[in-house]
Write a protein that binds this ligand. Structure first.
Ligand SMILES: [Fe+2]
Ligand SMILES: [Fe+2]
Length: 310
């Protein structure tokens, strides 16, 4: 299953370039368009924020939860795109003196990811302008990237494909009919998805190509490293769920009973694990590519690790 067909792969890189040129957007002219966020709207769709899990909250409080999660969405993407872009630049080296079509596809990928980081920084600031004081996101993207990039390329590409596939599902959730959802945030999902669709194809091409050069022992170690990376992502999500639940409690304007704060913390974590781990790991295409690269036992090992994050 690891055999690479150079003709069709070359065409796939070329198609990614064509699509990248066709869908290319400008941060201000196409996405922001002079708009501001309005707290009368939800920022994340219900299918991502999992508002139904926040059983003790009023509709207004659930809307606030979606806005907090929207701000965290901007921060998490700003963070993951830091290591994704660094890995793409590193991978591009293998094409410097070879396939110039593949090189161009990866250069465009990197350029887009830099633009996406700028987009998410911008909307993070814009959301900060309309939400109450006190929100915190204390995780440094460079520090996380250093840890992630310390793992094998196979493991980083597995995590990257997971992430870039879930942006497609997030876009689909955002187009579910919901008159209360922010048009500006819907445009963020739409434009991000347009460029991420090519990235997911390139992740797969690079992952399969890289995999073909590994020994079974190297791949087996990489499987464990992928599991370690998912656990590291989960550690970030646990910390942020706690921070966001604390911010919600401080800013929601009412006193809570003893049992409510832990339930809200758990609901944030459930939503974040869905958004940033399972919506990609359960994507059929992720399963298909992964199972073409690993043994049955390695697949079970990964699934067992993912099953602990419920
Ligand atoms: Fe992106
Ligand atoms: Fe991407």
């Amino acid at each position: 299953m690891n055999a690479i067909n150079p003709i069709s792969d070359n065409q796939r890189y070329a198609r990614c370039i064509e699509s990248s040129k066709r869908v290319r957007w400008d941060l201000d002219a196409d996405v922001i368009r002079g708009r501001r966020f309005d707290t009368a709207h939800k920022f994340l769709p219900d299918g991502l924020s999992l508002v139904d899990a926040f059983t003790t909250l009023s509709d207004e409080e659930k809307r606030f939860v979606s806005q907090i999660q929207g701000r965290t969405y901007a921060n998490v993407f700003g963070l993951v795109e830091r290591f994704i872009n660094a890995k793409v630049l590193e991978l591009s080296r293998t094409h410097w003196l070879g396939d110039q079509v593949a090189l161009e596809a990866l250069v465009r990928f990197s350029d887009e990811e830099l633009k996406h980081q700028a987009l998410f920084r911008r909307i993070e600031t814009m959301i900060g302008d309309v939400l109450p004081q006190g929100y915190r996101f204390d995780i440094d993207p460079d520090a996380v990237a250093r840890v992630v990039l310390g793992k094998s390329t196979w493991a980083v590409l597995a995590l990257t494909l997971d992430i870039e596939l879930f942006t497609q599902l997030h876009y689909r959730q955002s187009i579910e009919p919901d008159a209360e959802l922010s048009d500006l945030f819907k445009d963020v999902f739409l434009h991000h998805w347009k460029e991420e669709s090519q990235h997911a194809i390139l992740d797969e091409l690079e992952w399969v190509r890289h995999d073909a050069g590994l020994t079974p022992e190297e791949r087996d170690r990489a499987v464990d490293e992928f599991i370690e990376l998912v656990a590291a992502v989960d550690g970030i999500l646990q910390a942020q769920a706690k921070a966001d639940a604390g911010y919600f409690a401080a800013a929601c304007g009412r006193t809570m009973g003893e049992t409510e704060p832990p339930a809200i913390d758990a609901a944030f974590l459930k939503a974040y694990r869905w958004q940033y781990i399972h919506s990609g790991a359960r994507h059929p295409h992720f399963g298909k590519v992964l199972s073409s690269l690993v043994t049955e036992e390695q697949g079970h090992r990964i699934n067992a690790a993912l099953a602990t994050l419920q």
